[in-house]
Design a protein around this ligand. Structure first.
Ligand SMILES: *Cc1c(COP(=O)(O)O)cnc(C)c1O
Length: 372
């Protein structure tokens, strides 16, 4: 008898999430000095964390023997004020990943389905499969979400639609009007999850405010995170804005103390640190230009991105995709990027925008990797 066979088939069929390679692991495996390794694999903020968040963490340490505020009163109040919604419409998660899991727990089960795009964020299939629900994967259009096809793919069993905007790993973006049109046409009994992990990186001309839509579309859930521009990926904190009824459901499936006290304190401070967000945005814009120009110089095609990373295509050799091989060659030089075979993009690599020096080192390593 193998006790693992008693786990439901749909759990045993899950392929575990592949995170970006940690610096310590690459140092061990390739015999490199940790200090010389450049990690551009997980869309983290290259500027580190906000100084205000760091102060808030230092202050909070003294109280670590206490449980955190399970209702996250202060952070919810701050977000409610920032976004002009009721505090009862805010749910805080252990990363926005936690909110994706809560949504799946609240709405999915065997016999139900979730719709999402090909090349979309890997957590959508994971959260769906873990509930025994069906994944309806809609072919992408030029690597972007095909919103019309996603609408057409909704079945009577569908309870959730995940839209990543901008999408990870492609960086593609749907304009506000397109999303609003999707909401107008989507069945009101299907929850539409708008995952905006990279919202603050969207260029100003393309930004839109979807929070007012919550009043009209009670099936809309907006997710954001403190892991990306706010620089708190290691602490794990994100939030969702939604109808108070849906928030109430999520609070039933949520762990009582799902977000730790350092994360709560740091997130509140990071939210107030507008200077750091502005610096991060500006640095990302400059870095994006640097990488676009560098990739073009190397004759590499890239997918225009509205986020803090960019995907580029590596030329095939003898008809074989080279993404994995190029990833290895970069690793040997101490540069960690993200291979995308698991996203059905074996010709592509995703690189996070780093500091100017990191970007330069990456481009240099890439030039050498391309030579073989
Ligand atoms: C990074 C990311 C998230 C969330 O990350 P957390 O660290 O769990 O907040 C969510 N969605 C997308 C598309 C992401 O890229």
């Amino acid at each position: 008898m193998d006790i693992c066979e008693f786990s439901p088939n749909y759990v045993r069929a899950i392929a575990p999430y592949q995170p970006g390679k940690p610096i310590s692991e690459v140092a061990r495996e390739y015999g490199l000095d940790e200090a010389r390794i450049i990690k551009l694999a997980s869309n983290e903020n290259p500027l580190g964390l906000s100084p205000m968040a760091r102060l808030a963490i230092d202050k909070e340490i003294a109280d670590l023997s206490r449980y955190p505020d399970g209702n996250a009163f202060d952070l919810k109040a701050a977000l409610s004020q920032r976004y002009s919604v009721a505090a009862a419409q805010v749910v805080i998660g252990n990363g926005s990943n936690d909110l994706l899991e809560m949504l799946a727990s609240a709405f999915l089960a065997p016999g139900r389905a979730a719709v999402f795009s090909q090349h979309a964020f890997a957590v959508y299939p994971l959260a769906t499969q873990a509930r025994g629900a069906k994944c309806i994967v809609v072919p992408a259009k030029k690597f972007a979400h095909d919103l019309d096809a996603m609408l057409a793919a909704i079945t009577p069993e569908t309870r959730l639609v995940f839209i990543a905007n901008p999408n990870n790993p492609t960086g593609t973006f749907a304009r506000g009007e397109a999303i609003e049109d999707f909401l107008r046409r989507a069945p009101a009994d299907v929850v539409v999850v708008l995952d905006q992990a990279y919202n603050e990186y969207i260029p100003e001309a393309q930004r839109f405010d979807c929070v007012p839509w919550l009043a009209k579309h009670r099936n809309l859930v907006i997710l954001q995170t403190f892991s990306k521009i706010y620089g708190l990926a290691g602490l794990r904190v994100g939030f969702g804005l939604m109808d108070a009824g849906i928030a109430d459901l999520l609070n039933r499936v949520r762990q009582p103390f799902n977000v730790n006290s350092l994360a709560l304190a740091a997130a509140g401070a990071a939210l107030r640190d507008e200077k750091f967000v502005r610096q991060s945005f500006d640095s990302n814009g400059a870095g994006m230009q640097q990488l676009e120009q560098g990739l073009a110089k190397l004759d590499l095609e890239y997918i225009p991105s509205c986020a803090n990373f960019i995907c580029f295509r590596v030329p095939q050799q003898n008809g074989k995709p080279m993404g994995g091989e190029m990833f290895e060659r970069l690793l040997r030089q101490g540069v960690i990027v993200r291979p995308l075979a698991g996203y059905e993009m074996p010709d592509h690599l995703r690189v996070t925008i780093g500091t100017a020096q990191e970007n330069e080192a990456f481009l240099k390593a890439l030039a050498s990797a391309l030579k073989g």
